[in-house]
Design a protein around this ligand. Sequence first.
Ligand SMILES: [Cu+2]
Length: 173
Amino acid sequence: MNTLSRLFALSALSAVVIAAPVRADDIKAGDLVISQAWSRATPSGAKVAGGFLTIENKGAAPDKLVGVSAEIAGKADVHEMTTENGVMKMRPLDKGLVVEPGKTVKLAPGGYHLMLQDLKGPLKQGEKVPVTLEFEKAGKVVVSLDVQGVGAQAPGGGGTMMKKMPDHSGMKM
Ligand SMILES: [Cu+2]
């Protein structure tokens, strides 16, 4: 290897490192980066729970979320929530959820979400629930849903606040 190609290899390497500022929580799968996976605690006896996350496609081709499964759920789907004549409705996305190249798709309350059904047990605040996502191109990806409080509307709700205050970890709830 001559000096020039050595230099080139070195700079290419550092470029890769700089171009991928992935946070510790982020999960990379092929061209996809999945982050902020979370859910909400369920009241006892509840049979369904929603799952929320952010999918970013850093590649040049579209990918598609075609399936979801979880140990804790007998059945899981990708759902879409819409408001029709003032009534909130949700339905499974039979054809999957497309993530266009260069775009970010957010699954959040009131919109797209993972629907965990036939729950085998409650989701408890502070727990991490493993869920397997299946993408057409990126394949199967396991993510952990960070379980927040019952009324949480976003990740980083009550559960995360508690974790950031170790002094209060012995506090009774
Ligand atoms: Cu749903």
